[in-house]
Design a protein around this ligand. Structure first.
Ligand code: SAM
Length: 331
């Protein structure tokens, strides 16, 4: 179960302490409707008011934070020598990816945050002041409206999380290309829906064309082997819902599974996972079934039985999204 770090949780509690839960609840309904039915980029900003920003921070930020940490951790595992000093987050909202990157890479010293919505910048800054990380506290927040290539400083790490779907389709390719300029690693995260996955695959192919190679989740740079329209590559993080979340999003469980699609691509050679588990493993008596995207053979369904001893024990501990076979362990 993913947990918010103590400083972020305290900062959110403090920032939301005076918000009226009925007002937030109405804003949540509106935002959910926009995210579900599609956002018309010709309309005004999604996070256009202080109430909408507070509602986003209360019901979405913990989940986007958890998904981004998961995507970054899986990338960091495969890039043990990567210790970014500079980070740019594009379309930061209230700063989920700023906090997530500082958590995964404490080496980050300088953070630049680009966002279009002034109310989101104000809220994000207020949260960031409460961070234990100097990189988060001292981040430079800049108002930027993306309408083509993103004007950003050079950076070791560039993130853009849950943003592509809000950009007009004609702007996405230029925006993605510009993220790769003057950066070592680019990480994109989108909702784990068929449409979110399609946007990630398009962006991934552009990054590969530009000479970057995929760090995670794919174990190769070739075309995605998942047949279009039949399935989509996505992962999930389970997190506890806060008491406020349960109040403003009526009728929900005490936890949620945040589904996400992602790609991390970087310059230079590095080791890659031989394969990655792309569905929730199914455990039956004495048997574990894994769907694995492999470097050599595309998608494979592997069944591991108790008779395989150490391999079976490793399979039982393997999660959706983990490398397979594990980096250290049975082959
Ligand atoms: C769904 S929120 C994601 C926020 C944050 N990255 C996260 O993961 O929680 C999308 C963000 O992208 C920003 N955004 C959308 N279109 C943009 C544009 N054209 N230029 C700059 N920011 C944009 C929105 O204002 C919003 O803050």
């Amino acid at each position: 179960m993913a947990e918010l770090p103590g400083d972020l949780s305290a900062a959110l509690d403090e920032a939301l302490s005076r918000a009226d839960s009925g007002t937030l609840s109405r804003s949540v309904q509106k935002l959910m409707h926009q995210y579900r039915d599609g956002f018309d980029p010709a309309e005004r900003m999604v996070l256009g008011s202080a109430t909408d920003v507070a509602a986003y921070a209360a019901y979405r930020m913990p989940a986007t934070y958890a998904a981004v940490v998961a995507a970054l951790e899986r990338s960091a595992e495969l890039m043990p020598g990567f210790s970014p000093r500079t980070h740019v987050d594009v379309g930061a909202g209230t700063g989920a990816a700023v906090w997530a990157a500082a958590e995964v890479w404490p080496s980050i010293e300088e953070t630049t945050v680009l966002e279009q919505a002034p109310e989101a910048i104000a809220f994000g800054r207020r949260l960031a002041e409460r961070s234990d990380s100097p990189a988060v506290r001292d981040a430079r927040w800049r108002r930027t409206v993306i309408s083509g290539p993103v004007r950003k400083p050079a950076a070791d790490l560039v993130t853009m999380t849950y943003v592509l779907g809000e950009l007009p389709p004609g702007v996405r390719a230029d925006a993605v290309r510009s993220l790769a300029a003057d950066s070592e690693m680019v990480v994109l995260v989108e909702p784990g829906t068929p449409a979110g996955y399609e946007r990630v695959v398009e962006a991934r192919d552009l990054l590969v064309e530009l000479g970057l190679s995929v760090v995670a989740p794919c174990p190769h740079d070739r075309a995605c082997p998942i047949p279009r329209g039949e399935d989509w590559c996505h992962f999930a993080e389970r997190l506890n819902r806060t008491a406020l979340h349960r109040r403003i999003k009526v009728g929900t469980l005490g936890f949620e599974d945040e589904k996400f699609s992602y790609v991390a691509a970087a310059r230079g050679d590095r080791s890659r996972a031989a394969g990655r588990v792309v569905r929730r493993p199914v455990q039956r008596k004495g048997m574990v079934s894994l769907r694995v995207c492999t470097e050599a053979d595309g998608l494979l369904d592997a069944t591991v039985s108790k008779r395989q001893g150490e391999v079976y024990r490793a399979a039982r501990k393997t999660d959706w999204g983990d490398p397979w076979p594990p980096a250290q362990g049975p082959n």
